[in-house]
Design a protein around this ligand. Structure first.
Ligand code: GRG
Length: 272
């Protein structure tokens, strides 16, 4: 797993060094390093590792998805959105560098990501499929839709279905992109790709439930301040834990059938 993270960090370093404006380079470096768990690149690359496919085939796409994820975090933290001062134990980008530069760094990460999505020694048809997937999963019918629904739900009480739709798009969509890109690069057949879509649904929602549960008793959480509808605030802590376990088991089952009990399997065990 560490080897995979090292590869991702190398690619993100190469990207950061390519930014010619020193201020923008500093802000993007601050955003990407030391970074978070690198979950989305790990999901993509572990599919390749488990199927013994050269990791170089997916490294550009793995780094690109991490860039899209980091753009979304910068924008999510802005005063007009969740208004958070801290992320990953450090000042958020707008708190450290100001709002205008934070917005622009997010814009640059999202835009630059599309170049990295298109790079690599992969069949051009697969590259086009992944670029369209990236747009669909992060754009107006994907993660941005999730954020729009979320922002408009502050201070409202929601049904489980409404909460699920928000998180399906806000969190599951980018996870789906990472898993699906791995499946496309690996050349999985249609049936296995459908199963991997199901895995992305279970894992994506379970990851959000886990995140909500971790935040639930945190009195400094912006979810609490913005009175956000979360899984535990909607269906209770015990039901949330039950749903998390059910989705984790289903994710592990699918993974075991398609990839075996190897790196991806261990990643699910570790993250959920
Ligand atoms: C601004 C268009 C736009 C979208 C923002 C991703 C997102 C949508 C909001 C983040 C809010 C949040 C905390 C969602 C819960 C799940 C989640 C995506 C957590 C952060 O992902 P991790 O844990 O982060 O993978 P690290 O820090 O490890 O990279």
């Amino acid at each position: 797993m560490n080897k995979l993270i090292e590869l991702v960090n190398l690619k993100l370093t190469e990207y950061t060094k390519s930014i010619t404006n020193p201020k923008l380079q500093e802000i993007i470096h601050y955003t990407l390093f030391p970074g978070g768990k690198r979950l989305r690149p790990l999901l993509l690359l572990s599919i390749l590792a488990d199927l013994e496919i050269d990791l170089k085939k997916g490294i550009n796409q793995a780094a690109a998805i991490e860039m899209i994820h980091n753009y979304s975090l910068i924008h999510d933290d802005l005063p007009a959105m969740d208004n958070d001062d801290y992320r990953r134990g450090r000042l958020t980008v707008h708190k450290k560098y100001g709002e205008a530069d934070a917005i622009l760094a997010g814009d640059a990460l999202l835009t630059d990501a599309f170049k990295y999505l298109a790079l690599g020694d992969i069949d051009p048809k697969k590259l086009i499929e992944i670029i369209i997937l990236a747009s669909n999963n992060s754009g107006s019918n994907g993660m941005v839709l999730g954020q729009v629904l979320d922002i408009n739900s502050n201070f409202k009480s929601l049904s489980l279905e409404e909460v699920s739709v928000i998180h399906y798009h806000k969190t599951r969509d980018l996870i789906h992109l990472a898993i699906k890109a791995g499946a496309v690069i690996a050349g999985l057949n249609e049936k296995s790709q459908k199963e991997m879509d199901n895995l992305a649904d279970y894992f994506g929602i379970a990851f959000q439930i886990k995140d909500d549960l971790d935040d639930y008793e945190d009195l400094n959480s912006s979810d609490l301040e913005n009175q956000k509808a979360t899984y535990p605030s909607t269906i209770g802590k015990a039901e949330s834990i039950k749903l998390l376990q059910e989705y984790k088991t289903k994710s592990l089952e699918i993974c075991s059938n398609i990839l075996g009990d190897k790196m991806f399997y261990n990643l699910i065990e570790r993250i959920l």
